[in-house]
Write a protein that binds this ligand. Structure first.
Ligand code: MOS
Length: 720
């Protein structure tokens, strides 16, 4: 069915199950370690061989030769395939890195061989015996700052509205600063891993860890130039993705090639260092932000210019993503330059664009508030807008940003904040308070599901994934709601290409889209049941179908009733700008002697439409806040500019925030409804939770110390 008009009043307004704080339906499997993850599918695949990858030791150039005799003769080895043995694979859709094949090297740790052996240790040992001769390309340029200098002001801006230069000439206050965010790695707990059975070179079965089942199938088909219908993909549990598992990566490709060569199922997990240099990451950004305001605190001009890096044809990190839409200002110029670099493919990471864009924009907003001698909360309220400022004919479907700011300020006690930078001390600690606004788009994608009712129990099948986000639970809630059942009556089956194609998990479109798909399938099932009982508009509640004098238990219906549908989203949505909003408030303490920075308190407010489950939604937001603390204070992929590789390629060198770094976190949901977004009036929250957090931390550090850091991460050496 098509969602082709505002949702209007519907059954979710009086929901019994949707919106309730239910614990994860897959929780018991998770905490008992019995949820089957990709690398552990002993339950379904017998006699697995082990694959181990070999990565390029240079960042760009050509492979002249590879010596594999020693590896082939090593104990337990069943197959060795090098990149010189096969033609370059195809490239699907948004991906730009060629995952295997041919002699060309585009980035360090590009996969150049796979070794298959009886045991993991044998495969790894044999892989070390392969000798490769390279011809390195000319010295590469990794200087993003210099590149920004070169391209600044050139080319066509993505957004150009009004008279920007005029606004700056007549401004009462101007901010003009450079900000830098480093490259970041997803560093999900579960590595990229897959078991592939392509033993006979015919049908391919893939057990993997991926956010997007159908994209995965389509990219495998394109890579190997085979019919997608010969590929089956399963990914029922994913140990974290953050955008790193949106796309097909080398784990599946190498396992497939290894399986075909060894004529047996092959499992392969990318070693942790490969996650940084072989897969994808969030590109570093260099950002110049210019803000112009008049004396009463209204922004008159916003000028945001960004450079990020990518392999040729890639998308980099568009840190300007929010700038055309977030704050009112009649004049704006927004531009993203993509700089080609011989680095691993830069691609999506949680809130791609906004996450790093707001790290800069929300600090610039803090600087402007200070220049105007305004409360930063008040400054943002003054610059709120109800229409898309780059297209005044387009209203926001819903926008409760001001309420986010007010609720957050009250919950945090913003009134009692430290008002003078470096003005508040507790012993050896300087105490600071900071805040930031948050913005993230709220897209939806078409999403399908199939439902089977039998004996009063409902089975829901969709290729939607659960990347730790709670899909199993909110989809079970949706189905239970529509069918008048309890979640205990619903069995969820996810992450399998045998099921209808869903939105998948990404871009924070998963929750709103996939619940709409399950809703559509359940409505189709209700129609079938009504037909069977020959009743009109029955009510479904307490496991019964009720219409006039008819009152039938679902458990008493004959046989299995199956229905399937896909929710598509109609053009009427294009008349609106859909986004989610938030506000973050943070207290930090900075040690006067060492510069050590501790986050002490965090409050987040989220305006994300209907909250489908406050427990799983809260987990999304506190996860985002935690990631934001990492982005603010420690996360940085350290680039070795000599070798063109990220040097700190493990969890010891790449520091994510851990429990000891995270204080009290409070999350407030406005729990608004958005009639334009989806039938459930829901929007995503998982990416919003990260947006703005790092800037709130950086602003609090400034407030504590009087030291303004514009180069992330904000580390203690920069306090001096
Ligand atoms: Mo998200 S970066 O689209 O998984």
């Amino acid at each position: 069915m098509e969602f082709n008009q505002p949702a209007g009043k519907n059954l979710f307004d009086t929901a019994r199950v949707v919106g309730k704080p239910l614990h994860r339906v897959d929780g018991p499997l998770k905490v008992t370690g019995t949820a089957p993850y990709a690398y552990e599918r002993h339950d379904v695949v017998a006699k697995q061989l082990y694959g181990y990858p070999v990565g390029s030791a240079i960042s760009h150039g050509r492979i002249l030769s590879m010596e594999t005799e020693a590896a082939r003769a090593a104990p337990g080895v069943r197959a060795v395939v090098t990149t010189l043995d096969i033609e370059p694979l195809g490239i699907w859709n948004y991906n730009v890195a060629r995952l295997f094949g041919g002699d060309k090297v585009e980035h360090y740790h590009q996969a150049i061989a796979v070794v298959v052996a009886d045991t993991f240790e044998q495969a790894r040992a044999a892989a070390a015996l392969i000798k490769t001769e390279y011809e390195e390309g000319d010295p590469a340029d990794f200087d993003l700052d210099a590149a920004f200098e070169r391209v600044q002001g050139s080319g066509e801006p993505g957004t150009l509205v009004g008279d920007v230069e005029g606004a700056f000439r007549s401004a009462a206050a101007v901010v003009d600063q450079m900000y830098r965010t480093p490259s970041q790695s997803h560093m999900m707990m579960e590595q990229h891993a897959a078991i592939v059975d392509w033993s006979d070179g015919g049908e391919m079965t893939v057990w993997t860890s991926n956010q997007m089942i159908e994209w995965n199938r389509q990219s495998l088909a394109t890579n190997f130039d085979i019919d997608p219908d010969t590929i089956r993909v399963e990914s029922p549990y994913v140990g974290g993705g953050f955008g790193g598992k949106l796309w097909l990566r080398a784990d599946e490709v190498l396992a497939a090639i290894g399986s075909r060569a060894a004529k047996a199922p092959v499992k392969l997990a990318l070693p942790r260092p490969f996650m940084m240099n072989n897969t994808t990451h969030r590109s570093a950004t260099v950002q110049r932000i210019r803000l112009a305001a008049n004396a009463d605190g209204k922004l008159t001009g916003i000028w945001h210019e960004v450079a990020s890096h990518s392999l040729p044809g890639g998308r980099g990190e568009n840190a300007t993503a929010q700038t055309p839409f977030f704050y009112a200002a009649p004049n704006r110029r927004v531009q993203h330059h993509i700089i080609e670099m011989s680095l691993p493919e830069a691609s999506d990471m949680r809130a791609p664009g906004e996450a790093s864009g707001l790290m800069a924009l929300e600090v610039a907003m803090d600087e402007m508030a200070e220049a105007l001698e305004m409360d930063p909360v008040e400054f943002r309220i003054v610059n709120d807008t109800k229409v898309n400022p780059s297209d005044p004919d387009q209203p926001f479907s819903e926008r409760h940003f001001v309420e986010c700011l007010k609720r957050g300020a009250e919950a945090f006690g913003w009134q009692d904040r430290n008002r003078t930078p470096a003005g508040k001390r507790e012993g050896q600690w300087l105490i600071g308070h900071g805040m930031a606004g948050a913005y993230r788009g709220a897209p939806t994608l078409n999403s399908g599901a199939r439902v089977r009712l039998s004996g009063g129990k409902l089975v829901v099948e969709t290729d939607m994934t659960d990347i730790g986000t709670g899909s199993y639970t909110i989809l079970a809630q949706t189905a239970a709601e529509v069918m008048g059942l309890t979640v205990e009556d619903v069995e969820m089956r996810l992450g399998n290409s045998a099921y209808p194609v869903s939105s998948g998990s990404g871009g924070q479109f998963g929750a709103a889209s996939s619940t709409a798909g399950v809703y559509a399938a359940c409505l189709a099932l209700r129609e079938k049941i009504a037909e069977q009982l020959k009743v009109e508009d029955p009510e479904f509640r307490d496991g019964r179908v009720i219409a006039g004098d008819t009152d039938t238990a679902l458990a008493d219906l004959e046989g299995e009733i199956v229905a399937e549908d896909t929710m598509t989203f109609g053009d009427f949505k294009k008349g609106y700008k859909l986004a989610t909003f938030g506000a973050h408030f943070v207290e930090v303490a900075v040690h006067r002697g060492s510069g050590e920075i501790r986050v002490r308190r965090m409050v987040a407010v989220a305006d994300s439409g209907r909250i489908l489950n406050p427990i799983t939604a809260r987990s999304q937001v506190i996860g985002g806040m935690t990631m934001g603390v990492g982005a603010a204070l420690s996360e940085e992929m350290a680039l070795d500019t000599g070798r063109g590789m990220f040097a700190n390629h493990d969890l010891a060198g790449y520091e994510v925030a851990v429990h000891a770094d995270i204080p009290e976190q409070e999350v407030i949901f406005l729990d608004t409804v958005d009639e334009i977004s989806s039938p459930l009036k829901a929007k995503g929250v998982g990416e919003l939770g990260l947006c703005g957090v790092a800037a709130a931390v950086a602003n609090a550090v400034y407030n504590a110390t009087g030291v303004r850091v514009r180069d992330y991460p904000v580390t203690l050496d920069k306090m001096i």
